[in-house]
Design a protein around this ligand. Structure first.
Ligand SMILES: [Zn+2]
Length: 155
């Protein structure tokens, strides 16, 4: 007995001889999915291996190709208190600012690393972090944390 199963992804029908353990996607979509998973894992691996440094060169590793500049700006708001309580500022609020700025910096660096990977690089050199206060709106201070550097291929 033959079983006809329509693929839940592309809708095409596939015929199977056994009714047991039938997949809900066709072989084409299955292969495609496998490739996508592989690509995703490869990218994750590259993310683990990528090196970002503030120096223009790396010790022990040679730059074999310069790919170009990568940059990213991360903008976010931090809440202000109307009446500034100094004790509070030294405690909780200052910590939350530090946390937010750190998260912003990490996001910006991760973004330029992703951009470098897309360009075929495995390192970013000359990384600079930029902090800017863009202004205040109501009780929010808008901050920009940016990262820029040069994507390279190292051996
Ligand atoms: Zn399909």
């Amino acid at each position: 007995m033959n079983w006809v199963v329509s693929c839940t992804l592309c809708g095409s029908s596939s015929v199977y001889e056994s009714g047991q353990g039938l997949p809900d996607i066709c072989p084409v979509c299955y292969e495609k999915g496998k490739k996508e998973v592989k690509k995703f894992l490869e990218k994750e691996q590259k993310r683990k291996e990528i090196i970002s440094v503030g120096t223009p060169e790396l010790v022990h590793r040679k730059i074999i190709k310069t790919l170009g500049m990568v940059s990213h700006e991360h903008v976010f708001g931090v809440g202000l208190v109307k009446e500034l309580d100094l004790a509070k500022f030294n405690g909780g609020i200052a910590i939350s600012w530090t946390e937010k700025i750190r998260t912003g910096r990490e996001l910006a660096v991760k973004s330029i690393e992703d951009e470098a990977i897309e360009m075929g690089g495995n390192a970013v050199v000359g990384v600079e972090i930029i902090y800017k206060v863009l202004g205040a709106h109501n009780d929010m201070v808008m901050l920009l944390v940016g990262a820029k550097g040069t994507a390279v291929v190292i051996d």
